[in-house]
Design a protein around this ligand. Structure first.
Ligand code: NAP
Ligand code: MG
Length: 483
């Protein structure tokens, strides 16, 4: 069965309704530049209605459900997601400009989050604590209440799955504000929730503009926790806004993640990850491997291998499922072009670029993947998050040099290390200032089960895995004196 929701409506209290502003936002297919759909421009009044519905769900049917029952509904949502795999993948491919295979992987990941958190619901609980004679003490793990979820455009399905899935598993009621540039699959989740039997109000979806719907959500005093994924600039504002009413805020922000290749690495194994880790989703990935640090002895060999791969990279319409689709927007395309012209002005060594498929439409937001060599670790292209398919190679001398360069940005999201030396693997894992370290792989295939998040400018709090369930809940201690 195909989806029947009207993209111009918003999803509140288990039902579709018109937005109160009467205004709309245009969604564009970045592969063509053509309009894809109109979506409601959610207002502060819509957010308020969503928060009221969420609180009513907590006070009603949703709050009354047992962990086992919540788990069944979430698992059902995952199951339904998979029955729509082709339709959701095509929707996401058109909305985000993501090649179809990558979009399909996102659908599967979203289903996995609902399966994982559905299964986790009844496996997380408080403790009983040995205490003074005459006391019984135990802890309860309770939901925060209403949770706000602010989502970026680059991986809507994955990020909604990990954030909303974990929040619902702990019994929170969610208000979701997807990105204005890509929100169709977020809306589809409303239809999936109804089909799965999620009680009305447990999940509410209000698309709109960040400074309107997003800001209204973070400022709403009826919201008890915010999960934000996006840029550092907006994340800072979100944390300040949450601080005004003293609520916890999880920030999943940007990155400038390295893959570090030592001269004893298995290069055949590493090579595809070095490139794919940087160009997946056209580089619009928070954990993109935008810096490749290579020990000098194998530098030329790594350059040759990466250059050969870059020359084979094809850029085209997301539906044609090549290596890269377009950028999300013309605006993002301009940002990346800006970095390419900085590289030119500063005389950076351009090693290779991919190529465009024939006959790409003028309106598409395409950019060629570009590899730069021998870049100084302090250069802007090695320090700033570009959020496009641009990688820089940085040579290093030894382990200490690699650690220093890897840690020398404001970010700290993930890092990859390629070495066969066991001691070095352990030392590097300890010394890298990041939230995830991958040894002899990169990304661990998305790892739904693996806690994820940053340190330093990449944010704080953890999503994914069991650990997210702690973030989406609060401990209450009960001390009973019975003599
Ligand atoms: P963004 O501009 O910060 O937007 C993220 C979300 O925040 C969008 O829904 C946006 O709405 C909303 N927003 C904007 N202004 C707001 C405000 N004043 N109050 C509340 N919400 C507001 O980020 P983006 O450009 O979509 O995404 C790219 C960034 O996200 C990159 O820096 C990337 O590294 C980071 N990211 C991090 C992770 C991670 O897990 N660490 C994952 C993906 C992306 P609009 O769409 O209407 O602007
Ligand atoms: Mg779009």
């Amino acid at each position: 069965m195909s989806f029947t929701f009207d993209s111009k409506q918003i999803f509140i209290d288990g039902a579709w309704r018109d937005g109160l502003s009467g205004k709309f936002v245009e969604l564009v297919d970045p592969s063509t530049g053509e309009m894809l759909a109109l979506v409601a421009r959610g207002s502060a009044a819509d957010i308020d209605a969503a928060v009221v519905a969420a609180q009513a769900a907590l006070d009603g049917d949703w709050g009354a459900m047992t962990a086992v029952e919540r788990g069944r509904v979430l698992a059902k949502m995952g199951e339904i997601v998979l029955t729509h795999i082709d339709e959701l993948a095509e929707m996401e491919a058109k909305d985000v400009g993501k090649p179809l295979t990558q979009a399909r992987n996102d659908v599967i990941a979203m289903a996995r989050y609902f399966e994982f958190y559905g299964g986790a619901c009844d496996k997380i609980h408080g403790d009983s604590i040995p205490f003074m004679d005459g006391f019984t003490v135990y802890t309860l793990r309770e939901p925060h209440g209403v949770t706000g979820h602010i989502i970026p455009w680059n991986y809507p399905m994955q990020i909604i799955g990990r954030s909303v899935g974990a929040a619902l598993a702990m019994g929170n009621a969610a208000v979701l504000k997807p990105a204005e540039e890509a929100c169709l699959t977020a809306l589809a989740l409303g239809e999936i929730a109804v089909e799965a039997g999620l009680p009305a109000g447990a999940l509410n979806i209000v698309p709109g503009i960040g400074s309107e719907a997003g800001a209204a959500l973070t400022a709403h005093t009826g919201v008890h926790h915010i999960s934000f994924t996006g840029s550092n600039a907006v994340g800072t504002m979100v944390q300040q806004s949450g601080g005004e009413h003293v609520i916890p805020v999880t920030l999943e922000l940007g990155g400038k993640s390295p893959q570090i290749v030592f001269d004893d690495a298995d290069l055949d194994a590493a090579m595809p990850f070095l490139v794919n880790g940087g160009i997946q989703n056209a580089g619009q990935t928070c954990s993109a491997a935008s810096r490749i640090l290579v020990q000098r002895g194998i530098y030329d060999e790594v350059v040759a291998g990466m250059v050969a791969q870059y020359k084979a990279l094809k850029v085209g319409n997301a539906l044609d499922d090549l290596n890269l689709g377009p950028m999300i927007s013309k605006r993002q395309q301009e940002i990346v072009k800006g970095y390419l012209s900085i590289a030119k002005t500063d005389g950076l060594q351009m090693l290779a670029q991919g190529s465009y498929a024939d006959g790409l439409p003028e309106g598409g937001a395409y950019i060629l993947p570009t590899l730069f060599g021998d870049v100084s670790p302090e250069h802007r292209l090695a320090q700033e998050e570009i959020f496009g398919p641009v990688q820089v190679l940085i040579p290093f001398d030894d382990e200490a040099d690699a650690v220093r360069i890897a840690n020398c940005t404001d970010f700290g999201l993930v890092a990859g290390v390629w070495t066969e030396n066991g001691g070095r693997q352990l030392r590097m894992a300890k010394k890298l200032q990041v939230g995830q370290v991958f040894i002899n792989n990169y990304g661990a295939a998305g790892g739904v089960e693996l806690p994820f998040g940053g340190v330093k400018g990449s944010g704080h709090g953890r999503e994914k895995g069991f650990e997210a369930l702690y973030g989406f809940s609060v401990t209450k201690t009960v001390a009973i004196k019975h003599g």
